[in-house]
Design a protein around this ligand. Structure first.
Ligand SMILES: Cc1cc2nc3c(=O)[nH]c(=O)nc-3n(C[C@H](O)[C@H](O)[C@H](O)COP(=O)(O)O)c2cc1C
Length: 191
């Protein structure tokens, strides 16, 4: 029997790293690759089959205009010095996928579980981009919480930005970073 401890999918998942926003560059995924990426992203557990999330895809001229509008909002903020820098980091990646959490309030499936499902969509976008040979980075940032900025994405009452996932070709891979040791965070239950 072939071992599944190693193998291309296991090795690939074990080695995935986020790419720094400035190192995500054109070319981005093709239309067919974006379809595939979205297909992968949506294959997540979803308690109650509520589909408690939606995606906003941003590329091309719309992406340029989105960043310009964010920059205009930045200039009205007290923390413009800081947010100007973080907003510029959105410029490079050719594709942005905003994952919007839209839990059904008062449903028997707790909202927390519905938020987690949106987080799973973000993670599948990272792994999906990686599997397709692209880099990605899951951000939030000021624009995920600012009402004027979320209005640009058409967020409705009760919706939240779970992730602003940047996707592109990798100009420079990020070096490995320290990871939590399995022995520190994963323990067998002793009973
Ligand atoms: C919900 C969430 C929000 C994040 N928001 C930001 C952010 O706004 N700015 C930032 O620099 N990193 C942010 N990060 C962290 C980046 O994704 C970071 O690059 C990542 O943790 C790198 O680790 P990796 O290589 O293991 O993927 C966020 C991560 C998560 C899970």
């Amino acid at each position: 029997m072939t071992s599944t401890i190693t193998g291309s999918a296991a090795d690939s998942l074990a080695l995935r790293r986020s790419t720094q926003p400035d190192a995500l560059v054109a070319p981005g995924p093709s239309a067919a690759e974006i379809d595939r990426l979205v297909e992968i992203a949506l294959r997540v557990p979803d308690h109650g089959r509520l589909t408690p999330w939606r995606l906003v895809l941003i590329a091309g001229e719309a992406k340029q205009r989105w960043v310009e509008r964010l920059m205009q909002i930045v200039e009205t903020r007290e923390d413009a010095g800081k947010t100007r820098v973080s907003t510029r980091k959105l410029t490079s990646a050719p594709l942005v996928v905003v994952v919007v959490s839209k839990p059904l309030p008062g449903h028997k499936v707790p909202e927390w579980e519905q938020w987690l499902s949106a987080g799973a969509v973000c993670m599948n976008l990272l792994n999906g981009a990686h599997a397709l040979g692209y880099g990605a980075n899951w951000l939030t940032g000021w624009h995920a919480y600012d009402a004027q900025a979320t209005a640009l994405l058409g967020l409705a009452e009760g919706e939240k930005v779970a992730g602003v996932v940047l996707v592109g070709s990798i100009a420079e891979p990020a070096p490995p970073r320290p990871r939590a040791a399995a022995s520190d965070v994963a323990r067998w239950l002793a009973m």
